[in-house]
Design a binder for this molecule. Structure first.
Ligand code: ADP
Length: 191
């Protein structure tokens, strides 16, 4: 199994690049944002709890997302590799993920970290908000709150994987295909 984390702030292009990476390498995509929005659309109790946090631009509690990822891993036991997108977002989530993967006798091979300036992120998210139907993308205050959550809680996840020498940083500005080629090159070297 080759498991990889696509890392970066909101609006850095994780969703866009995930789609292309999945098409090329056949990873199983696990996006906690997508899983949470699915729960919200189905009006499940988990979804209703998560929505309160998401609407404010805050992270959903660790135990909620860890439980969700744990079931998703169990439901795709035959995957040849997972691409984690938007997870882990806290140090506690990273440690929990490592334990879950260890139980499956596998691990994280690589973290690809997309770097984009804050002003570019806000611009992209407001633009996405015009068409995505995502309420958290239309309000600049919520967007800034998400970026602050990222800086306060999520950058630690990058530091965590750096201590295991698993992080490659990629500039997330430029053309979609150019960024995709950079990501692919790193994966091909590590696979
Ligand atoms: P983006 O990265 O563009 O902000 P996502 O779709 O990944 O969008 O996440 C949307 C929202 O879902 C986040 O702002 C957060 O509230 C919640 N969320 C997603 N993944 C996690 C996670 N791993 N831990 C906590 N909250 C999460």
């Amino acid at each position: 199994m080759f498991n990889l984390i696509l890392f970066g702030p909101p609006g850095s292009g994780k969703g866009t690049q995930s789609e292309k990476l999945i098409a090329k390498y056949g990873f199983k995509h696990l996006s906690t944002g997508d899983l949470l929005r699915h729960e919200i659309a189905n009006e499940t109790p988990l979804g209703m709890e998560a929505k309160n946090f998401m609407d404010k631009g805050q992270l959903v509690p660790d135990e909620v997302v860890i439980g969700m990822i744990s079931s998703a891993l169990d439901n795709s036991a035959d995957a040849k590799g997972f691409l984690f997108d938007g997870f882990p977002r806290t140090a506690a989530q990273a440690e929990a993920l490592d334990k879950l993967l260890e139980l499956k006798k596998t691990n994280i091979a690589l973290m690809l970290a997309l770097e984009v300036t804050e002003e570019e992120l806000v611009k992209r998210l407001l633009k996405r908000g015009q068409t995505s139907g995502r309420s958290d993308d239309t309000n600049e205050k919520v967007i800034r709150a998400r970026i602050t959550e990222y800086q306060n809680k999520t950058t630690a996840v990058g530091d965590y994987y750096k201590t295991f020498d698993k992080v490659s940083i990629v500039k997330g500005e430029g053309t979609v295909d150019g960024i995709f080629n950079s990501l692919s090159e790193i994966i091909d070297k590590r696979m």
